[in-house]
Structures are given as C-alpha cells and as structure tokens.
Design a protein around this ligand. Structure first.
Ligand code: SAM
Length: 224
C-alpha cells in the first residue's frame, strides 16, 4: 500500500515513520510513503498558498491553485483521496480495516482555517475527522489515519492475531492485560489469569470486556 501525504509541513510527519513497527513495514515493502508540498506547486511569486476568505471571516484559508496542481499530479485510477477535516465523518476502526485493501491512499492536511471548498469537491473521495476537537493542522490526523490503516495490512504486525482481540473489534473494549510479576507494589494480577485454564480465562475476559465497555463506552454497547 502506498500513502501520499499532501502537507505544507512534511517534516512533522516523516519522523513518526522512522522507528518501530511502521519503519519495519517500510523496510519490508508492506507500505511506502511519499510527500507532496503544495508550496512547491504555487504560482504565487511570493510562494503564498493562503488567502483571506471571500465574504469575510477570521483567518486565512488554503487557496485552490496550489492544491489543484498538487492533487492533479498525484491523482490516478488507483488513488483514494482523503481530506482530514473536522467536518468529516468520524474515523473508526471499521474504516481502518476497510481502507487497508486500497492500493494508494492520499492524505490531505489542511492548515490555517482550512481549505477552499472547491478543492474538496473536486478531489475528495472521503472526508474524515479524528474527533470532536480542533487541531492546528491535519498532519496529526493524517498520521493517525495512516497508522491505524497500516496495522490492518497483511504482514505489518508481527502477530496478526492481536488484531482480533483489540478494542473496537465487535464493538467491545479489550479486557485488562497484565505481565509478570504476578504481584507488584501490592497489586495482584487477576488470579484466574495465572491458572492456565484458557477457556475460563476467555470467559472471564469477555465478561470484563463487557463491563469495561458498559462503563467507559455505553455508546458502543448499544451497537452490539
Ligand atoms: N476552521 C476549521 C473548522 O472550523 O472546521 C478548522 C481548521 S483547523 C484550525 C486546520 C486544519 O486542521 C483543518 O483544515 C484540518 O485539516 C485539520 N484538523 C483540525 N481538526 C481536525 C480534526 N478533528 N480531524 C481531522 N482534521 C482536523
């Protein structure tokens, strides 16, 4: 899978992929990344990519020409172009799984007060928000989306079984997990976990998952 990041600040993103699971995924050719900076495509003699809003409003927005030229360069029959924006639909684990089968995902980050709507109308295959709050720019959101899609691509995780028991699988949160030692700072591992009866452990984990979901995310529970 190829990810193309369209951003005014590629260096904010590059570092995230230089270590750990995702850097190995790049080394092993499971994912590849490239970057397009709209500032490299602007016709403006001062390299500007933003302007005031027509009709007034506080702040600047990204103008259409640099983004049109950037996205015309990157768009192909294989691309799926995603805009990160607070007005998009909320990104979920189901989206991460569904998008893991795409060939080439393009993640467009806004800056300032956002992007001229005509760019989104022309190029947007999907619009995602990563939550009900406002970020300074789309870079963090595009990394979130890329990371969570990548985990669902075959061969990216060392042990793909871990995907089946993660939170949000079947709209339920993961049960509590422990490592050794069995007792630490006067807190003990749930005793049933250490007795080796895997069927009992699974039943208990399911009950704990349900209780956690009911407590922390009753909205998920209603989807079961
Ligand atoms: N004026 C915009 C609004 O009220 O909807 C907010 C613009 S925000 C300061 C700048 C950029 O950050 C956006 O264009 C978008 O790319 C990104 N962004 C901010 N919050 C986001 C969120 N919750 N999810 C995804 N992207 C977000």
């Amino acid at each position: 899978m190829k990810f193309s990041f369209v951003t005014l600040f590629p260096s904010l993103i590059e570092g995230y992929f230089s270590d750990s699971i995702l850097s190995r995924a790049i080394e092993n050719n499971k994912i590849s990344l490239d970057f397009y900076n709209p500032r490299d495509y602007t016709d403006n003699k001062h390299n500007k990519v933003d302007a005031q809003m027509v009709g007034g409003g506080a702040g600047m927005i990204m103008t259409p020409q640099p983004l049109y030229d950037t996205l015309n360069k990157v768009r192909s029959d294989d691309t799926h172009i995603i805009f990160l924006t607070p007005v998009g639909k909320k990104f979920t684990q189901n989206d991460a799984k569904r998008l893991a089968s795409k060939k080439h995902i393009v993640l467009v980050s806004g800056r300032y007060e956002g992007i001229d709507e005509r760019v989104i109308e022309e190029f947007g295959d999907e619009l995602f928000s990563i939550g009900d709050y406002i970020l300074t720019g789309g870079e963090l959101a595009s990394m979130v989306v890329c990371d969570s899609i990548s985990r669902n691509i075959d061969g990216v995780l060392g042990n793909s079984d871990s995907l089946d028991i993660e939170s949000y699988e079947n709209n339920i949160l993961e049960a509590p997990s422990f490592s050794k030692p069995l007792s630490y700072q006067n807190r003990d591992v749930i005793s049933e976990y250490s007795k080796g009866n895997h069927s009992k452990i699974s039943q208990l984990k399911l009950k704990l998952s349900e209780a956690k979901t009911k407590y922390f995310r009753p909205d998920l529970q209603s989807k079961i």
